[in-house]
Design a binder for this molecule. Structure first.
Ligand code: IMP
Ligand code: MG
Length: 177
């Protein structure tokens, strides 16, 4: 059953679209065109699908793969460990990789992903996130490309979930319990 919460809009769909376009231009300018995007599921699927089309408009031709990692259970607090639920299908050795995730919070998920791709000998590893919560970092990882820095509030929409609900919202909103 859908959780009984209200959602306060924080970032509108047009604001997201404009920012994704800017990010894509920056990424296309700075990174090699033979780029391999590794999107971390499930939260980043909406962002990634908009980002790759914006990258096309910016002249890039990335390859795209997916990895499903989880560190959160059903609620809004982290379970502490990261598990690979589904791995990439392509070799990453020697590739210029851009990891795409929905949000950088403690940094646990992205640290895990970055270390894994390092072990697998990616040539370079960059990180793009739609959102970051700067005050929450527990691991030494920074994103190279950030859509929006937000306050420490639990957000949903545009792929981000609360107990796997609200991913379909076209905007980002704050969950009020
Ligand atoms: P980290 O590993 O603590 O950096 O958390 C990253 C992951 O936690 C993200 O990929 C999200 O799946 C989830 N997460 C963190 N903050 C939020 C939030 O505010 N809303 C929804 N998911 C979140
Ligand atoms: Mg996630």
């Amino acid at each position: 059953m859908t959780p009984a919460v209200t959602i306060e809009p924080l970032i509108t769909a047009p604001q997201i679209a404009a920012r994704v376009g800017e990010l894509a231009k920056t990424i296309a300018d700075r990174l090699p065109s033979d780029l391999m995007i590794i999107a971390l599921l499930r939260g980043s699927f909406v962002f990634t699908s908009d980002l790759i089309r914006a990258l096309h408009l910016a002249g890039a031709q990335p390859q795209v793969d997916f990895m499903t990692l989880s560190s959160y259970g059903k609620g809004t607090s982290s379970s502490g460990e990261v598990v690979i639920n589904r791995d990439v299908g392509e070799p990453v050795e020697g590739r210029d990789v851009l990891i795409v995730d929905d949000i950088l919070e403690s940094g646990r998920t992205l640290t895990f992903a970055r270390n894994l791709l390092r072990e697998r000998k990616a040539k370079s590893i960059r990180i793009a996130v739609l959102l970051e919560k700067p005050g929450k970092r527990q691991f030494d990882v920074t994103a190279d490309f950030v859509g929006f820095s937000i306050e420490d509030k639990f957000v949903v929409g545009y792929g981000l979930d609360y107990a796997n609900y609200f991913r379909e919202l076209p905007y980002i909103g704050v969950v009020q319990e």
